[in-house]
Design a binder for this molecule. Structure first.
Ligand code: IMP
Length: 424
């Protein structure tokens, strides 16, 4: 029996998971998404061409791999259909290489309306969701009123109408005037489109693959600091983004988890509202945004940028038992004369901590400053090409995080990826 390797974002999402899955994919027979939904936007650049995947695992871009949308995912059928059609226009065969879990929940058109209404009601306390109906779909799942993919095999329309009518009553009670006229028909057509894929009992299918000696990579979405239990609650998403989510989202036992890859950027970003201790409101932050193209892949929103936060990274590593680290977007810091690393927080009530406190509202980062490398990393193709100051930065992070940094990425393309020797 083989084990599932897991790939997770360790910050607030957008760490570059899409690119890494694509780089790691040749080592695997199958890639699975286990949580989240089209709030994710995994950007890949292959042969200079940009591609954004939302619900489909990043393995789809490599021939020969099976891709699985797991039970812990929430699916918007319209967006899934659009994604499939775009990939097929690009010459990628999706239908025979994508399996969908029957137990995955469906995002209804009314979930999107409820997401928007919920944000409006929260006013200044709004989360800044992606507006894709993620929270309401997961709410229905735990309220035990959700519709699942497997329901399309039964008396679907009656179930859908019951759920829709419940949502409409709720929206009206919230003072909304919901209009489904443009949304419902395309959604029902997209539900029909979904029937072309093989629907599977994901837990049986995945464990069958493992028993057959197949190698499976579980691709996380969002980041550990957006986890519904352990992230910066309530400014989080509604799913389990840490490693445990791969177990529940795919139906895999904890003892069948193998390598846990943790991805982080050489700096840090966050999109939407919520605390962000190392955020920069100055020129340096703007420069990170400009050079790192830090705009949401799904919403186009500006991402907030700041220095790397080792308190949050150590916390995320602990939560998921990360065995290997992957550092992304190193090249964005190429022109910075000095780089700051947050190693502890000063607490608002006095004192300091190097461990994640209950709340990170109003903590002040305590920084170590290191010299920048002032070298263009984008042409580096091996470890020998990396400047000394950059290697020192990587070593400092490894020492403080206590996990080897196995891969560093120096640009968006597949080729701009350096696998470090003696790092497992
Ligand atoms: P939701 O997942 O759309 O409900 O949004 C909840 C919070 O998670 C918001 O702050 C979003 O900006 C953030 N979020 C959701 N998905 C992503 C992602 O893929 N990358 C970064 N942030 C995300």
């Amino acid at each position: 029996m083989t084990k599932v390797d897991v790939l997770l974002g360790l910050q607030w999402g957008d760490e570059g998971k899409g690119k890494v899955v694509d780089v790691l994919a040749p080592h695997y027979d199958a890639v699975a998404r286990f949580q989240g939904g089209p709030n994710a936007g995994h950007t890949l650049v292959v042969d200079g061409k940009k591609c954004v995947l939302r619900s489909i695992p990043s393995g789809i871009l490599r021939q020969g791999q099976m891709n699985i949308v797991g039970s812990g995912v929430v699916i918007d059928a319209v967006l899934l259909m659009e994604e499939v059609q775009q990939l097929e226009r690009d010459g990628i065969n999706v239908t025979s290489r994508l399996k969908i879990a029957r137990k995955a929940h469906l995002i209804l058109p009314t979930h999107r309306l409820l997401d928007a209404a919920g944000e409006r009601l929260k006013g200044s306390q709004r989360i800044g969701t992606t507006g894709k109906g993620i929270g309401p779909a997961y709410t229905d799942k735990v309220r035990r009123t959700g519709l699942r993919v497997g329901d399309v095999e039964g008396d679907f329309l009656a179930r859908y109408e019951r759920a829709r009518d419940g949502h409409m009553r709720l929206l009206q009670a919230l003072g909304e005037r919901p209009d489904l006229s443009q949304l419902e028909q395309p959604w029902l057509e997209a539900i029909d489109f979904m029937r072309r894929f093989e629907l599977v009992d994901c837990e049986n299918y995945v464990n069958g693959l493992l028993r057959g000696g197949k190698r499976l990579l579980a691709e996380g979405a969002q980041g550990s600091m957006l986890d519904v239990d352990y992230g910066s609650y309530p400014f989080v998403t509604s799913s389990t983004t840490v490693c445990a989510g791969a177990c529940t989202g795919l139906g895999v036992a904890p003892s069948n988890i193998g390598e846990v890859y943790g991805i982080f950027k050489a700096y840090c970003t966050r999109v939407g509202a919520g605390p962000f201790p190392t955020e920069l409101h100055d020129e340096v932050g703007s420069e990170m945004r400009r050079l790192g193209h830090e705009y949401g892949a799904v919403t186009g929103r500006e991402r907030r940028c700041g220095w790397i936060d080792l308190v949050a990274l150590r916390y995320a590593i602990q939560l998921s038992g990360v065995t290997k680290l992957i550092m992304m977007k190193s090249d964005v810091l190429d022109a910075m004369p000095t780089i700051k690393v947050c190693d502890a927080y000063r607490l608002p009530g006095g004192g300091t901590t190097s461990q994640m406190p209950y709340s990170i509202d109003n903590v002040t980062p305590i920084y170590t400053e290191v010299p920048g490398w002032l070298t263009d990393l984008t042409h580096a193709t091996s470890e020998q090409d990396l400047p000394e100051a950059f290697v020192s930065y990587v070593s400092l992070l490894e020492e403080r995080l206590d996990v080897p940094i196995a891969i560093v990425s120096v640009g968006p393309d597949r080729e701009q990826t350096i696998v470090r020797k003696n790092r497992g």
